[in-house]
Write a new protein. Structure first.
Length: 545
């Protein structure tokens, strides 16, 4: 309504009535059009009441009486506003309520985000110190092989060269004469480092002091060097065998195996996996040498006895005790502390974990999935207490499954990865950090088959040397005291398969497909023979070099 039109409304009204109407409209605080309508209605009401008045004085008195009857201006304005709201169209009410609701929700969301991002973790426990405590089995430092290994690593690095680095991927028995000459000279230069390794393997224990403020970044500087020292010892074993020094060759392989054992036990998972790899390569090298050279029965008997002693009582399963501490450490760093004690995800740390692990879930997912994941992180993700409980259930499940052979797991139709994921379903934090449990279990049982098959091969070769023939079956080995008991295949829960051939024998595990393929060699996708391929058998003898 234009100002001129407003003034015309009050032409026939006393000044007190006009001022009263304007004050009511001002305090009404509503939409402009509605206020204009109310103003016109009030003006018309005053005009109707004052129409019978004969004089201006009478109008003035009547108007003041009407104003007094209306009562408090502010209350009148509120009542008028409510009346107009009740009279508005239903669709307009819905729109108004919708905008009000959205506004409230938006405000609550902003407050929630401020609360969410202002939360901080409370790092109360030094899990690195706890880790250092559990990996140290004894107090006597003289029993620790770590100082000898560290010194060996230093000497090794001083003698390493680019030429040798390039040869590290070469098997000794596949090297050229020129390459063997380079290797032999280099081994001579590193004899002191290798003797330190051997001296270290004679120690009963190995532990290192983990350094760092958090387990995810503890320093493990020697793992790569351990692999290189293991490679050097295996080269030297081949060189000794080539020169007819079989006892020296097998002595180096026994040292390699003990080096791998030192990395096992209650240690970080990556250390244990490196230890398993070193042990497996040690017994593989023994089999390779035995397939290339004729070794005296007495030497074989001593080798078998030593391997039996070294592996007596060995637990081939992987320990998750250190991994549990790792998970506890990450939970305290990746969840906030609030006054309820529940805690929610700490977004900056979650991003760091994605960087540590190479997790690309948020990047590779489509836009809708990303929104769902982010919404889950903000609103429905399990809290700190729930995540710790999930982690405990996960590792308890791991311990149960680690005690089952692959054959048992297959027979019971257990999908370890699926069941593990079901335990931590909806917990992005645990899904990122949980290792491939089924793969780790399988690797540990492969090592068991590797070791048992190697000792069985040694006993068969001894029998052939002494009896001038191969045994018809494995019972002959036991009856003749060449073997104490039948080595079981963890992929069938039956004895490893032995078959006498025309001029030799065959020994194999049914392998990862849990099916006896008659000793057919497994191959990888490129068609190259692979001991533990997805199909075929894991053939330990004859050795496919």
């Amino acid at each position: 309504m234009k100002k001129k039109e407003k003034d015309n409304l009050f032409d026939n009204l006393p000044a007190c009535a006009a001022e009263f109407i304007k004050l009511v409209i001002k305090k009404m605080r509503y939409r402009k059009k509605v206020r204009a309508d109310v103003m016109a209605e009030l003006a018309a009401h005053f005009e109707d009441e004052l129409r019978d008045c004969k004089s201006d004085e009478e109008k003035q008195q009547k108007a003041q009486q009407l104003i007094a009857d209306f009562g408090d201006v502010k209350l009148l304005a509120v009542l008028l506003r409510r009346a107009k709201k009740r009279c508005r169209p239903f669709w307009r009410t819905i729109v108004a309520r919708t905008f009000q609701t959205v506004g409230v929700l938006l405000l609550c969301f902003i407050v929630y985000l401020v609360w969410f991002f202002s939360g901080k973790p409370n790092v109360a426990t030094d899990y690195v110190a706890e880790l250092n405590h559990i990996v140290r089995p004894v107090a006597d430092e003289s029993l620790n092989a770590a100082p000898l290994y560290e010194k060996a690593v230093q000497l090794y690095n001083e003698k390493s060269s680019d030429e040798i680095t390039e040869l590290l991927g070469t098997k000794y028995n596949e090297a050229t004469a020129e390459q063997k000459q380079v290797i032999e000279e280099w081994l001579g230069d590193n004899s002191q480092a290798l003797e330190l390794v051997i001296a270290g393997t004679r120690k009963t224990h190995y532990w290192q002091k983990y350094k760092g403020k958090e387990i995810v970044s503890v320093l493990m500087p020697n793992l790569a060097e351990f692999r290189k020292l293991d490679k050097a010892l295996r080269w030297r074993a081949w060189l000794s065998a080539e020169q007819g020094h079989y006892e020296d060759a097998f002595g180096d392989m026994k040292s390699c195996y003990r080096l791998g054992q030192h990395l096992r036990g209650d240690k970080i998972l990556i250390e244990q996996l490196v230890g398993i790899a070193i042990e497996a390569l040690a017994v593989q090298t023994v089999r390779d040498i035995l397939s290339e050279y004729e070794v005296d029965s007495a030497i074989l008997a001593a080798l078998q006895k030593d391997l039996e002693q070294i592996t007596a009582g060995e637990d081939f399963t992987v320990s998750m005790r250190a991994e549990r501490l790792f998970m506890y450490d990450e939970i305290q760093r990746c969840f906030t502390e609030d006054y309820f004690g529940r805690g929610h995800l700490y977004w900056p740390r979650l991003q760091q974990i994605c960087g540590f692990t190479g997790f690309r879930g948020f990047v590779n997912a489509d836009f809708y999935d990303v929104l769902v994941q982010i919404g889950h992180v903000f609103f429905t993700h399990p809290n700190k207490r729930e995540s710790r409980e999930m982690a405990n259930r996960l590792y308890s499940y791991w311990e149960t499954m680690a005690g089952k052979s692959p054959a048992q797991i297959q027979a019971e139709r257990i999908d370890i990865e699926e069941e593990a994921m079901e335990i931590i379903r909806g917990n992005i934090f645990l899904e990122i950090l949980t290792p491939a449990l089924a793969k780790v279990i399988e690797v540990s049982y492969r090592l068991s088959a590797d070791v048992k098959s190697t000792m069985m091969i040694i006993s068969i070769l001894r029998y052939r040397h002494d009896k001038n023939n191969y045994p018809e079956d494995l019972d002959e080995l036991i009856a003749a005291n060449y073997l104490k008991k039948l080595p079981m295949d963890p992929f069938s829960d039956k004895p490893l398969v032995y078959k006498k051939t025309d001029d030799s024998f065959m020994l194999y595990s049914v392998g990862r497909n849990f099916k006896d393929d008659g000793g057919r060699l497994g191959k990888d996708r490129k068609g190259k023979v692979k001991l533990w391929a997805d199909d075929g058998d894991a053939v330990f003898w004859p050795v496919a070099i």
